[in-house]
Design a protein. Structure first.
Length: 83
């Protein structure tokens, strides 16, 4: 595949069980993977994204974590970033 590098943006808010993450992209993004935060789990991962179709998922924490800490740990990459 000849993929262009997508610009994936994230909007993160605290939720009852952790954090809600809203992702958007400016180009097709294959195999979007969220990582870096280890004290919990994502409700979904390895996503394909299309411009104009934001995706919302949740990170459920096992313990207490501040929003700023979560933002600093969260990493997002796509298939294009792997090569």
């Amino acid at each position: 595949l000849n993929l262009e590098k997508p610009n994936i943006s994230s909007d993160i808010k605290e939720s009852k069980n952790g954090f809600t993450i809203k992702l958007a992209t400016d180009k097709v993004a294959k195999d979007v993977y969220l990582y870096g935060v280890t004290d919990g789990f994502f409700s979904d991962n390895y996503l394909n994204m299309i411009p104009g179709r934001p995706v919302e998922l949740e990170f459920r924490t096992k313990g207490k974590m501040k929003l700023d800490e979560f933002r600093s740990l969260l990493k997002i990459r796509s298939l294009k970033d792997a090569f």
